[in-house]
Design a protein around this ligand. Structure first.
Ligand code: SAH
Ligand code: SF4
Ligand code: F3S
Length: 458
């Protein structure tokens, strides 16, 4: 009798790049005959793809690992693996600390996942693979594994980061910058589009320097992607204010498929904090880039990342951060409390800003961001916007998608037939976090109208 295929469950933490890596592992393992399993308890192989960006991110992983001990006890044949950034950072130590763990591997080992799982299953050995790609070339190739059709896809086009901001673990977990050749990336874009994808977001930790050390660059890739028939929207993430050149900025005014939205982290508003973070730009240089972006694309929606409580950040420094937040009026901002990461330069500074101060600064910044967003979104009420419908939101029980500015829109009266289509939606409700409204070309049911405006039924 033929043995049934081994089943795999993958749990993902962290950034879009990790989501992409998990999809990639699923694809590679599925190609090798493994079955994908949705229930962690039933799976023969459990992989946890991890994030190390803040202390809290690592804690989540380590506590899940603790919970899995019991599962392994009742089923000793179950294979447990840690992949991703915690795997890379902790390596052998993790394998020693957790005897119930069979695999520890880093992000550069993704393409070897099949061999690693196979070694554990066939030989019963525990394996470690935290090897960075030894090839010193600035490029790398990946076998194409596009295997499904989603309207919106993310595609990693480069590895690593060369910046070494003093707080950041990423250069240690993802290694040096390397880019995939444009021809390979476009090949994958076309494969996605042939399966129904309409929007592609190119991913890289420092995307603006894509192609570094080669004759290729990001603006060339954007131009080529713009020519792919059937592709409707292009985005990329994450930009670094120092590396976002005028050529890239100008494309927001000239490339029609390039969405009018950009994530441009500023991290802190005070020049001395920026210097201590080694961000390589001043506040005024950052604001100048914003001015240029708005020059080419007046309605561009900008989002950002901010760290509060970096060592040495005074009340006055923090006020500078608040000033930038209110001056730029971002369409989205991710705010984080500084978390010391072992091995980074800032780790040696200790945690100079006390936790309650960090907490209070975080709340203050959150309040400001929320106020701005609420105001911006409320201005959308009564207006129409183009929404590329992505999927059913099971909790909200309606379909959702994003407009060109990257805003999440809940559509009350869209159906499955709308998935993958760009529809015109009239916004009728707005909160700080999302917009809600009606597909203008479809009927609105009585019940939905009632929910929208109870007074009209009195
Ligand atoms: N490559 C991107 C994203 C890096 S990680 C960039 O350069 O912007 C995403 C965000 O996490 C960062 O922008 C930063 O705001 C935050 N972050 C990184 N390290 C952190 C740390 N040690 N403590 C708190 N937040 C951190
Ligand atoms: Fe980290 Fe800085 Fe690189 Fe972003 S640019 S990944 S914050 S080191
Ligand atoms: Fe986290 Fe690694 Fe991404 S540390 S944010 S999963 S690059």
């Amino acid at each position: 009798m033929q043995e049934s295929p081994k089943s795999i469950y993958i749990k993902t933490f962290g950034c879009q790049m990790n989501v992409y890596d998990s999809d990639r592992m699923s694809g590679l393992l599925a190609h090798q005959g493994y079955a994908l399993e949705k229930d962690i308890r039933k799976a023969d192989v459990v992989l946890i793809n991890t994030c190390s960006i803040r202390d809290k991110s690592e804690h989540k992983v380590l506590s899940l690992l603790g919970e899995l001990k019991a599962l392994k006890k009742t089923n000793p044949g179950k294979v447990l693996g840690i992949t991703g950034c915690v795997g890379q950072r902790m390596g052998r130590t993790l394998l020693q600390k957790a005897p119930h763990l069979d695999i520890v591997m880093g992000p550069d080992a993704i393409d070897r996942v099949g061999n690693l799982v196979g070694t554990v299953l066939k030989k019963g050995e525990r394996v470690l693979d935290v090897q960075f790609d030894a090839d010193r070339k600035r490029t790398y190739s990946q076998p194409s594994i596009v295997y499904r059709a989603k309207p919106v896809e993310f595609l990693t086009i480069m590895k690593g980061c060369d910046h070494f901001c003093t707080y950041c673990i990423v250069p240690f977990t993802r290694g040096r910058e390397k880019s995939r050749p444009i021809a390979e990336v476009i090949h994958d874009v076309k494969k996605f589009v042939a399966q129904g994808t309409k929007e592609i977001t190119f991913l890289g930790q420092n995307i603006n320097t894509y192609g570094k050390g080669t004759p290729e660059n990001l603006s060339q890739l954007v131009e080529e992607a713009d020519r792919v028939e059937g592709l409707e929207r292009i985005r990329y993430i994450t930009s670094h204010p120092r590396d976002l050149g005028e050529d890239l900025i100008a494309q927001f005014g000239s490339i029609s498929k390039l969405c009018p939205s950009l994530h441009l982290p500023f991290q802190a508003g005070s020049d001395s904090v920026l210097k201590a973070m080694s961000r390589l730009y001043t506040r005024d240089e950052y604001l100048y880039k914003i001015e240029r972006l708005r020059h080419y694309c007046p309605d561009i929606s900008l989002s950002t990342d901010v760290i509060v409580g970096f060592p040495g950040e005074t009340d006055k420094d923090f006020e500078e951060t608040l000033k930038v937040l209110s001056q730029v009026e971002f369409g989205g901002a991710y705010l984080f409390k500084y978390s010391p990461r072992p091995g980074t330069r800032a780790f040696a500074y200790g945690e100079e800003v006390p936790e309650p101060v960090k907490e209070q600064r975080l709340l203050q910044a959150q309040r400001l961001v929320h106020e701005i967003l609420d105001r911006q979104n409320k201005q959308m009420i009564g207006k129409t916007t183009q929404v590329l419908v992505e999927a059913l939101d099971k909790k909200a029980k309606n379909y959702t998608g994003r407009n060109p500015h990257g805003k999440l829109v809940h559509v009350f009266n869209a159906g499955e037939a709308c998935v993958g289509k760009t529809i015109v939606v009239e916004i009728t409700e707005a909160t700080g976090s999302n917009l809600r409204g009606y597909y203008v070309d479809a009927p609105r049911t009585q019940r939905q109208i009632q929910a929208l405006s109870p007074s009209s039924f009195l």
